[in-house]
Design a protein around this ligand. Structure first.
Ligand SMILES: [Zn+2]
Length: 114
């Protein structure tokens, strides 16, 4: 199990599943059989649905890119490629078919996440 903490987010991985927490809430999960990007409790209290971007089915680099994009778009959380599950890292040559990792603004000081 490894984890990092930056800008209010904690990223955690056991090599197979990746979780993104903010405070006591888990707002993102990337697993073998799907992606979950969820609204915060505060957002749900204001009427948002639970799911912002969720998929059901075997995941690969394409879904990893979707997860990265959605976590940034909806929560401002940048999840770097070094957090990709081991089976995706082992399939690194296929990452190129789904484009480079999303660029992050340099002034956020989040380079260590990549
Ligand atoms: Zn969901």
């Amino acid at each position: 199990m490894r984890s990092t903490e930056a800008n209010d987010f904690v990223i955690e991985s056991d090599g197979r599943t990746v979780w993104v927490h903010r405070g006591a809430e888990t707002i993102g999960r990337f697993g073998r059989m799907g992606v979950d990007v969820h609204s915060t409790m505060a957002e749900q209290t204001e009427g948002a649905g639970q799911c912002k971007c969720c998929t059901h089915g075997l995941t690969g680099w394409k879904e990893w890119r979707l997860f990265q994009f959605a976590m940034r778009q909806h929560h401002g959380a940048d999840v770097g490629d070094r957090w990709a599950p081991d089976r995706l890292i082992a399939d690194w040559p296929n990452a190129q078919f789904y484009g480079p990792r999303p660029a992050i603004p340099a002034d956020l000081g989040l380079e260590e996440w990549w």
